[in-house]
Design a protein around this ligand. Sequence first.
Ligand code: M6R
Length: 611
Amino acid sequence: MCGIVGYAGRRTAVDIVVDGLRRLEYRGYDSAGVAVVGDGELLTEKRAGKLAVLRAALADGALDAGTTGIGHTRWATHGGPTDRNAHPHLSSDNRIAVIHNGIIENFARLRAVLEADGVEFTSDTDTEVVAHLLASIDAPLPEAMRRVSRQLEGAFTLLAVSADNPDMVVGARRNSPLVVGRGDGENFLASDVSAFIAYTREAIELGQDQVVVITPSSIEIIDFAGVPMTGTDFHIDWDLKAAEKGGFDHFMLKEIADQPQAIADTLLGRLTDHGIALDEVRISDQDLRDVTKVFIVACGTAYHSGMVAKYAIEHWTRIPCEVELASEFRYRDPILDSSTLVIAISQSGETMDTLMALRHAKQQKARVLAICNTNGSTIPRESDAVLYTHGGPEIAVASTKAFLTQLVACYLLGLYLAQVRGIMYADEVGAVVRQLQQTPDLLRDLLDQMDPVRKLSRDLSSARQVLFIGRHVGYPVALEGALKLKELAYMHAEGFAAGELKHGPIALIDDDTPVICVVPSPVGNAMMRDKVVSNIQEVRARGARTIVIAEEGDEGVRAYADDLIFVPRVPTLLAPLMTTVPLQILACEIATARGYDVDQPRNLAKSVTVE
Ligand code: M6R
């Protein structure tokens, strides 16, 4: 939820740390702070508000002396978004500074003990106990961190610096992300690699319950029991430009524009003469043939991609497939065994609800396959198999290219299962993959024709509510369109299965309520298309303004549309790759017209690492 950065090297630490925080600000922007070790003492600055407020406070150069430092950008959980609750938190003697991502569940008990010993707290956070506990242990900082970590319950990544160890940053992790960047004469710690890819492409994945110590020349890892460990090295091939705005006003606009390339990259090298090759899938073909049931678990936008995947997987493989909100999955005691395949979809690979669903599935002996965009993250690491989307870094809080690349990965997985189980021949699979391979060009054309959508968004920006309807794969698209509008434009927006509207929600419609209608292809599925057209007529009869997203050439819908947006023709199951895009742009433009921050919407964080 929060973003954290640590640096030990020879450069001005505050510059490196703040640059890293800039790239991690998507993880939270309630406050930001840094601590550096300079000349035998800790120097800190922290401010409520976005990173820009901290930057202004640092402009006097007071922290420029140190070459070891830590920095934090916060998504508030315990304690409001104020200066005093901003990280770092200091020990009473100001010798140790700590930053934290996650939730320390037993902090109240630990705090009570410390207060009984006379420790005075200066914040409402769960984090501050760690600074005082570290100071209470008469041992070098790495050993103190190890002992303190063993006392903590919950999820945490911690970084600490001490005035007594000027070259050292000590980290610890449990159930929360932390990666190491290996530099030349400098080393890094961060919530994700985007914080340090400007300086090094070599990274180390840490395991669960480990302490890591970096100095300019060394990286040492031990587990919480004190046993030396080695992390897993990996190379980061993300293009640094992908983590910059590249001339666009917002990351979200850039990421929407990136989508054709992101799809092409996700498809790259997957089609061979023998059908689909997914070499990251480390579950044997025999085990995949034995699968009797598929569950998809995910949250938010990733859940919507799972809803689309259900249609594709059931259609291509004939294996029953259920899609579940990850946050609900384990509480209903789902029936799982070794013939169940659980697919966990997550852009960040760190979503706690999804991670907990995955762990529950593994405990029940199910096989778990992750679809993920983030190398080195926890969800792929804990899965039996991984299918990476190659979307590159997604910085805007609202998912766009992650959604389309998740769809592509789900299609590939569905085709792969069908191929392995002998339901589709390699040439049939190849035919669908070739249709997928055409989608980047089709999307480029579509993106070039979005001016009417921009114009429409100005009209809709004062609407009281916006409803979305769709059927079949158009239904998750309707949900995704509504989610984008809610999270970016703070408008009441709801997505419905078009046929369900008449069972209640149609009561919401009054004069001029905009209803965005996702219409299936008249070529791919004429019957379904006609049903949606009937549903459009139902809402028009009640005064709605209908904005229709339909396939190029479907002139028949014109009579039912106040506004008509055509998208290129693709096979029915692949249609969300097209129909979603105008809805992304609409939400982005409406939010802009209403004066909101598109990349950092209120109350949200990109990566939700609490349950
Ligand atoms: O990183 P994940 O894909 O696991 O994240 C899941 C959701 O939190 C995420 O999709 C969220 O709904 C987005 N903000 C939607 O735009």
